[in-house]
Design a protein around this ligand. Structure first.
Ligand SMILES: NC(=O)c1ccc[n+]([C@@H]2O[C@H](COP(=O)([O-])OP(=O)(O)OC[C@H]3O[C@@H](n4cnc5c(N)ncnc54)[C@H](OP(=O)(O)O)[C@@H]3O)[C@@H](O)[C@H]2O)c1
Length: 293
């Protein structure tokens, strides 16, 4: 990465992905803003934060990510995920900051037979997906210099995430039924954060799909996590999406291909299973001796 020290602002810095970005830009001046210090929905607060700090780049990891919550409150979804992103894009353009914005597989319908690449046409089916597509369009319209990184199935080291939920239930012996009719690419938050940092420091333009390599079902991911944690994978039962009756529709096919990322000469992220193995080993090492993790 560039040798010159840059000022890099991270929004949504309290989240799974946002909390990991600073570690990937150790020689740069990082301003990390969580929800309390910068609310995307508040135009003046966003403008003040960006214009007063005049960063070289902004990595936007802030979003309302509650997919079912968005279905129940579309106005809030749009306010944060689309209009809030407009405020950020406009402010970035004012100071010449390169905006790296995180988006999602939910911008696609999930009906394609095969992986989605960066040139596929979005066609979201959920309120969350529509609000995130709105955010992408605000970035492209208003930020002078920008990159959009679409990712999927993020599991981080902290915060609410699928892997911890599964392991918690497996350890407590609670029933576990996980859908086996949705496919996607699991993505480890620290790996994604490294890619976002690179897009920011190098001022890379355009849309990129950024996930760990490999696709699987949610059931496959749950089984892998349980196995790697040394538990019995036969406790993980299957379910169909229809059986779970969630408020928001989920894409059946969320598999993203990072064709533009690879074509740009950027190194693909490692396979998801490798990242998951590292994540669970680190968690086990952090646990006090004798504690179950
Ligand atoms: N998680 C996934 O599986 C997944 C998949 C595809 C794409 N993505 C995208 O990846 C990005 C990061 O997601 P994540 O997994 O890190 O989610 P996360 O853990 O929910 O983090 C999002 C952060 O945004 C903050 N936020 C919410 N509303 C805000 C607002 N109005 N102003 C400022 N901050 C606000 C949240 O703060 P509070 O919690 O305090 O409200 C939270 O800290 C998002 O753009 C998301 O759409 C995530």
């Amino acid at each position: 990465m560039s040798g010159r020290s840059l000022r890099i602002m991270v929004t949504g810095a309290g989240g799974q992905v946002g909390s990991e970005v600073a570690a990937h830009v150790p020689h740069h001046d990082v301003i990390a803003l969580d929800h309390g210090s910068c609310d995307l929905a508040d135009r003046e607060s966003v403008e003040l934060a960006v214009v007063s700090a005049a960063p070289a780049a902004v990595v936007n990891c802030a979003a309302w990510t509650d997919v079912d919550g968005c279905e129940a409150d579309p106005e809030r979804a749009v306010l944060v995920n689309a209009l809030g992103v407009r405020h950020l894009a406009v402010a970035c353009a004012r100071v010449g900051a390169h905006l790296v914005h995180v988006s999602t597989d939910y911008v696609f319908s999930g009906e394609k037979d095969g992986p989605y690449d960066e040139w596929d046409e979005p066609d979201p089916r959920s309120v969350y997906g529509r609000s995130k597509l709105g955010g992408e369009r605000e970035v492209a319209r208003h930020a002078g210099s920008w990159a959009i990184a679409r990712t999927s199935w993020v599991f981080g080291r902290r915060g609410r995430n699928f892997v911890d939920t599964i392991l918690d239930r497996a350890r407590k012996g609670l029933p576990l039924r996980v859908v086996d009719d949705q496919r996607g690419c699991p993505t480890y938050a620290p790996d994604l954060a490294g890619a976002l940092a690179r897009l920011a420091v190098e001022r890379r333009p355009g849309i990129y799909h950024v996930t760990n390599q490999g696709a699987c079902t949610w059931h496959d991911l749950a089984v892998a996590a349980v196995e790697l944690a040394g538990l019995d994978p036969s406790v993980v039962g299957t379910a169909t999406t229809a059986e779970l009756e969630r408020p928001a529709p989920r894409p059946a096919n969320s598999v993203l291909s990072g064709a533009a990322w690879t074509a740009a000469g950027l190194t693909p992220l490692r396979p998801w299973r490798e990242a998951l193995t590292e994540r669970l080993a680190a968690q086990a090492a952090e646990a006090p001796a004798g504690a179950e993790v």
